[in-house]
Structures are given as C-alpha cells and as structure tokens.
Design a binder for this molecule. Structure first.
Ligand code: F6P
Length: 543
C-alpha cells in the first residue's frame, strides 16, 4: 500500500478549490438543469439500486474524487487486501474476512498456505453441528432437545451475529437465540432467568478468549448450569468459537466443541466465520451460507467493477467529500425495516473502531479529519425522534436510506406507508420548503399577514441535505450479505485514502488496562492515587 498523505495530492488541492465553487450550489437546481441526473448518479447492480444523485456533487466532483482514489493508490491497495498481504501492519496480519466467503476452488494464501480448505472444513463442522442441534439429534444432558441458544461474546463476537439474527428473524427456526454481551450481571440474570438448563446451549465466542466481559459471563453461565447439572454435562452444553484453543480447553470445553477462527480475521469482520455459529443455528446453515454468497458477490463487484460504477468506492468517496470538505462530523444510517434495527450499532463498531484513528500509516499525526461518527435508527421511528435536527438543525448530516421493494409478510398496506415515508423524507431533505411556499401554505389556512410573518422563519426548511438511497428488492440472507460486505469495503476505501491503519484497535486498550487496575483496588478496597475526580468517585463507590 502507498502511504500517501491525501492532502498532498493534486486531486485534493483541486477538490479544495472545487469545494469553494460548489458549497453553495443547491442540489435542486442541479436536478432542474439535468433531467438525467438521477440515472447518471445511480448504480443498478443485481437486486440493488444505489441512488446517490441527492448528494452535493457534480460530474466534476465525482471525477476529482476518483482522481483522489487513484492518487492514493486504491487499485494497488485492493489487490493487497484480497491477496492477503499483511495490511494490518501494526499487528502484522493480513485482513482476510473476504476469504471466509470465497468459493471452494479459490485460493487465498497466508504465509504460503492456501487457507480455503481449512475455511471449508470449519464450515462443514458448523453445518453438521447446526443440523444436529436444529433437528434435535444432539440432545442435552437429560436427553431433551435444545430449545434455547445463548451466545456469549462482546464487540465483534456479539454485534455481528446479534444484528444478523435479528435481521433474518423472518427466516428463523424454532430455536430461541439470546445474546449476552455486557459484563453487567443484571443483563446475564435477565437472559438466564426464563431458561431451562436442560435445553440451553451456550456458545462462547471470543477470538482471544481473554476478554474480561465474555469470560466473566461464561463463568456465571457455567455456575448457573452447574446448579442443576454435573461437571461432565458441561461438554454437552458449552461450545466455543475462538482462535485461542489452549485457553478454551482450560475453561473445560471439549476440543471437538471448539470452532476455530484465525488471526487473519478481525473481530469486527468475523461474523462470516464460526462467529456466525449462532446465526447458523437460528436460520440453518443453508441460509447462513446464502449470506456468505451474497457477501462474495459484493466482493467480486468491489474487486472488478470500474470505480465509476463501484458501489463501495462511490459510497466511500462521498463520505470523504462530506467529512473532509464540508466538515460533516457524522453520518446517519436509516433502515426502513425494523429487522435492521441493530444495523447502526453494528456499523458503529465496524466503522468507528476501524477508522477512528489520528495517526497516519507513516506514524505521523494526521492533519485532516478521519473516521466519522455513525448513528441511526430505523425509519419511521427516527422521523418522530431526531429527524427534526437533520431537517432544521445547524449540522450537515449525510444519511443512507435503506429500503426494500417488498415486505416479507407481504403486508402491502403497511409497506406502502413505510416506503412512502422513505421516499418522502429524502425528497423533503433535498427540496426543503421556501419562504414563498410557506407563505402560500399559511395564506391558504387564512392566517393574516402579521401571523404569517411571525411564523414564517420557523416553517422554512433549507433543504439541500444529502442522502443516498439504497433500494433493494427484498431482505434475504443474500441481499443482507451484499449490504454488509458493501459497508466493509467502504470502510477499507476510506482507510486507504485517509492513510490510516483501519484494522487495528489500540485505542480500546488503555481503558481495559485501567479497569483491570481499578478492579484490583476495588477487590482490596484500597484506592490508590488517581486524578481527584476518579479518586472521589471510587471512594464514594466503596463507602
Ligand atoms: O473491544 C476491542 C475488541 O478487541 C474488539 O475488536 C473485538 O471484537 C472485541 O474486543 C471482542 O474480542 P474477543 O472476540 O477477543 O473477545
């Protein structure tokens, strides 16, 4: 990968002056001047329509952004990414979640060894295991079939599978899948309370198997289980997903119940590995595999499609345009599907843990903005919550609107209402409402001149707020796989251009270290020297 400060490129300089020309341009005037605009700035790919015409760009912007990608060596970087070079340099690892959804005959080499046969071995093990649990062939310690699965993990070992399980609820079988992540003991108790140990299977997911939250929750779950069962029964009710096999064995989980994962898969990109075991249990392995196939299709699109029609590339460039030139600090993700309610929090980890970096690949502090803040909630709920700020607040918040042409239960009446909101909101954000329009509206309501002038400023909508609309045929395992893979590659492109390492996460370490020291003080009930505030808080906690 080239380690280029993007601000030193010719394209960046041109974008800076281009920004001065475009910053005040109204998108609605661009639309009225060009009847082809929607087509020109849309990508039709498989069952996806990605319409980014409601963004503050022109053809020139698009070209300059593409030049920026070229100046920053995107092509070479994509090659390094897919071919397993150690692009996660600070941890000296390749980044190969794409290998997890490869085809059986593909070859991906890590240190000279093709890893695909091993990936397929683990997939076969997942399939066999999922089938046996779902069918009731494998039984619990009293001979009863399993009814409940509890996934214990945190971060990438929780957010991905939890989001996918929720998103694919429509395709679920009879197994009830629960997720425990927080070390908050109340969370653990609330999940365990209604469960029967005889019919509950625990899936402990931790790449490192050293994460405090997961180990504490797994230990509590085992204690709860042992209140009814014997030590020998643990083997039947606890399985693990980890790359740290010796540590898992130390916990008392049988070797054959360990699903391996690899160092070359980052936690936040691991749902495609055995970390997705709970998903495979929830919807069956076939559907899980369809998710992988969808992701693989997007991988091929990203790898092969010219950038002008390349969805992840275009999305990443737009994001850079707003972040670095308009100085937008955040991006909203608004899925018009309740099934995708966990998508924003999943993306928060994927995007913010990856690109929340302030040192560049040369080890120098960056002089420009990097990772954006990601937030969101499903529409229409969010319209009745925070949309006021997007419409009339002082901040520019580019938003992704995700909608589906078909609802899963085919409730057309509801779906039309839902989608009417999806279309209306992005139109309102684009068009706004002018003084003239407000005046006409209030006059029609028989308000007098004084009343109109009084209300007018509050009722004007500036508009010109950027949105990108993703319109997908239907929420299926495959389309979901495509969408998640799309965001993964968007993250990658941003990281390449920002010249940062997207695949480490050193920033989460300090808090962990301090928490471990403080826990020691709490256990000993002896507060050591801290800043004044922390010291007072601790003393008050221990009183
Ligand atoms: O919070 C940091 C982190 O390392 C994440 O990147 C990761 O997904 C999470 O902790 C959980 O880690 P593990 O799977 O090793 O328990």
């Amino acid at each position: 990968m080239l380690n280029i400060d993007p601000t030193t490129t010719v394209a960046w300089k041109k974008l800076e002056s281009h920004f001065e020309e475009i910053k005040a341009v109204e998108m609605k005037s661009l639309f009225s001047k060009d009847s082809q605009r929607a087509d020109d700035f849309s990508i039709f790919w498989e069952d996806f329509l990605v319409d980014f015409s409601k963004n503050r760009i022109t053809k020139e912007t698009q070209q300059l952004l593409l030049d920026l990608a070229e100046d920053c060596g995107l092509e070479e970087a994509i090659k390094s990414y897919f071919e397993g070079e150690s692009i996660n340099r600070t941890e000296n690892r390749p980044v190969l979640h794409t290998a997890l959804r490869s085809k059986k005959n593909d070859k991906v080499f890590v240190e000279g060894e093709n890893v695909i046969p091993e990936v397929f071995e683990v997939k076969a093990k997942m399939e066999e295991f999922s089938n046996a649990i779902i069918s009731g062939k494998t039984k619990g310690y009293t001979g009863r079939a399993f009814t409940d699965i509890v996934n214990i993990g945190i971060g990438g070992s929780d957010l991905g599978p939890a989001m996918i399980t929720e998103a694919l609820k429509f395709y679920k079988n009879h197994l009830k899948v629960h997720y425990i992540s927080n070390v908050d003991g109340d969370h653990v108790q609330e999940v365990l309370k209604p469960l029967n140990p005889e019919t509950t299977l625990f899936v402990i997911v931790s790449k490192t198997f050293t994460t405090q939250e997961t180990l504490s929750n797994a230990t509590t779950a085992r204690k709860w289980f042992l209140d009814s069962a014997s030590k020998e029964d643990v083997q039947k009710h606890f399985v693990a997903v980890s790359s740290n096999v010796p540590k898992v064995a130390g916990f008392g989980i049988a070797k054959e119940n360990i699903f391996p994962m690899w160092e070359w898969v980052g936690g936040r990109f691991s749902l495609w590995s055995a970390v997705g075991l709970s998903v495979s249990l929830a919807v069956g392995f076939t559907k899980f595999n369809e998710l992988l196939e969808g992701a693989n299709k997007m991988d091929q699109h990203f790898k092969n499609e010219p950038y002008i029609k390349n969805v992840p590339v275009q999305l990443a460039l737009l994001s850079i345009w707003y972040n670095n030139f308009f100085k937008a600090e955040s991006e909203a993700v608004i899925p018009y599907s309740q099934y995708l309610q966990k998508l924003p929090s999943y993306l928060q980890q994927a995007i913010m843990e990856s690109n929340g970096k302030s040192v560049d690949r040369n080890g120098n502090p960056v002089t420009y903005e990097t990772g954006n803040i990601i937030w969101g909630e499903p529409g229409t709920n969010s319209q009745h919550a925070f949309f006021q700020l997007i419409h009339q607040g002082t901040k520019l918040i580019p938003a992704d609107f995700i909608g589906f042409k078909e609802s899963l239960y085919k409730n057309k009446d509801h779906h039309d209402k839902l989608m009417a909101n999806y279309f209306a909101q992005s139109e309102a954000l684009l068009m706004g409402k002018t003084e003239d329009e407000v005046r006409k509206e209030l006059t029609a309501k028989n308000l007098n001149e004084e009343e109109i002038n009084d209300l007018l400023p509050f009722k004007v909508f500036q508009g010109n707020k950027p949105t990108t609309s993703l319109l997908i045929d239907k929420l299926t395992p495959e389309s979901l796989g495509k969408m998640i893979s799309m965001y993964e590659h968007k993250i990658f492109v941003q990281g390449v251009i920002w010249n940062i390492y997207s695949y480490d996460q050193w920033g989460v370490e300090l808090g962990k270290q301090l928490a471990s020291n403080i826990l020691d003080e709490i256990n000993k009930r002896k507060v050591s020297k801290h800043d004044n505030s922390t010291q007072n808080l601790l003393k008050s906690y221990l009183k």
